[in-house]
Design a protein around this ligand. Structure first.
Ligand code: LLP
Length: 413
């Protein structure tokens, strides 16, 4: 068994007791299971085996160097969303043809960096950006490989904050303008249009919108081919969700079954940019109970040493994460709100949870926190970023040391 499960009542990661890791490294602490990442990466890769495809792991989900290197070791590629993520990809050993570069607000410096490196594709968001890419590439006497990020006006039916495929969203080029824009820019000296891209949202558990986006890209690719544009690939983005609460969700195979029939006949290679689906279940946030307090009215608050600064998803998207005591206790069950230590009432990790009455000093694990957890951490209230450890082959190593107050103030005068 891999990942987070109970062994003799105690929660372990790939067989290593979380209590042992927390005792040695302190809390709050992110713990990742390498085996889970490997398994989930391979599940998607194998599900798509019957069609030419490349997996470009979305670094934004978790870009700690050791995690990025793990993907490189698996033969993966990456999707970078900023100059910083491109830099991290290079430091992790990826080469430019393994990188696609997405992002709604790429700066001149970031575009120049991507063009000079010669990344596999810059996923262009607008005609304005295409103009800038063309000028930057021509000035460097080169041609930039570009994919048009298309906005297919499809509702991903996910949380509105992470749905990106509606025409009212800021992302991409409207589908009905894309053909005209592609035709115009395919004649530019600085631009080589090599693909089409769509990413309609994240934590998608109803696959219909993904099928719809794939169909729209295939139809557009046909039109562009008629216009003489040589499309090499269709980039279908990321978005496949996971089950945070145990309810059934599509598998990697379901995902492939939803996408492959739509693209098969096009004969075009596809790119996928999975993030969450691979790394979310591979990570847990460990935290110690600092206080258990009962407020007037009988509400019981369990105050942890982790909160919105370590995991902002519950506060930002009303996201549900399972929160479990690392050691099982036989005390009677109570209804609690699990909260963080920050000066915000919305600093709540879990509302109305039933669990054995905890005590100060108990250890808790917030599960499925491997994606959009550590990467979205902040220093609010001068809280140092947590340490991160990777469990691999029965042992663990610290892949990011805990930030110190010295680290924090080092940037200040
Ligand atoms: N490709 C592009 C262009 C994206 O914008 C994203 C995510 C992905 C791929 C990866 O999507 P995934 O497979 O992870 O769903 N912070 C939010 C999620 C934001 C997702 C942004 N884009 C959260 O914690 O739920």
């Amino acid at each position: 068994m891999t990942g987070f499960f109970r062994q003799h009542g105690t929660l372990v990661c790939d067989g290593v007791p979380l209590s042992r890791i927390a005792r040695a490294e302190g809390t709050p602490l992110y713990v990742y299971s390498a085996a889970t990442i490997v398994e989930r990466y391979r599940a998607i890769d194998e599900a798509f085996a019957s069609h030419p495809h490349t997996l470009h792991y979305a670094l934004k989900a978790n870009s700690t160097l050791a995690i990025a290197r793990l993907f490189r070791g698996l033969g993966g590629n990456v999707d970078a969303n900023s100059g910083g993520e491109i830099d991290v990809a290079l430091r992790a050993g990826f080469i430019p043809p393994q990188i696609v570069f997405t992002g709604v607000g790429k700066t001149q410096a970031e575009l120049a960096q991507a063009i000079e490196l010669g990344v596999k594709s810059i996923n262009a968001e607008s005609d304005g950006e295409l103009e800038r890419i063309d000028a930057l590439a021509r000035a460097r006497q080169t041609r930039a490989r570009v994919a048009l990020r298309v906005n297919p006006d499809i509702d991903a039916r996910s949380h509105p904050h992470i749905s990106t495929g509606l025409k009212t969203n800021k992302f991409g080029i409207a589908l009905d303008r894309a053909r005209d824009i592609a035709r115009r820019f395919s004649r530019r000296e600085g631009i080589e249009i090599v693909g089409l891209h769509a990413h309609v949202g994240s934590q998608i558990t109803d696959l219909e919108p993904l099928t719809g986006a794939a169909r729209a890209l295939v139809a557009l690719a046909r039109e562009l081919q008629d216009d003489g544009v040589r499309i090499e690939h269709l980039d279908l983005g990321g978005g496949l969700g996971i089950s945070y609460d145990g309810s059934p969700v599509p598998s990697a195979r379901d995902y492939a079954d939803a996408l492959l029939p739509a693209v098969r006949d096009s004969g075009l290679a596809i790119i996928l940019e999975p993030g969450r689906n691979i790394v979310a279940p591979a990570g847990a946030l460990l935290s110690e109970v600092v206080d258990v307090k009962e407020q007037p009215g009988g509400k019981l608050f369990v105050v942890l040493d982790a909160g919105m600064t370590e995991l902002i998803r519950p506060m930002m998207y009303n996201a549900f994460h399972r929160i479990e005591p690392v050691e099982t206790a036989s005390t009677r069950e109570v209804l609690v709100d699990v909260v963080g230590p920050l000066c915000e009432s919305s600093d709540t990790l879990g509302k109305d949870r039933r669990m054995p009455r905890p005590e100060a000093g108990d250890l808790f694990a917030v599960l499925d926190a491997g994606a959009y957890g550590a990467v979205m951490a902040s220093n609010y209230n001068r809280r140092p970023m947590p340490a991160e450890v990777l469990v691999e082959n029965g042992t663990y190593s610290v892949i990011k040391r805990r930030q110190t107050i010295d680290d924090l103030v080092a940037l200040e005068s």
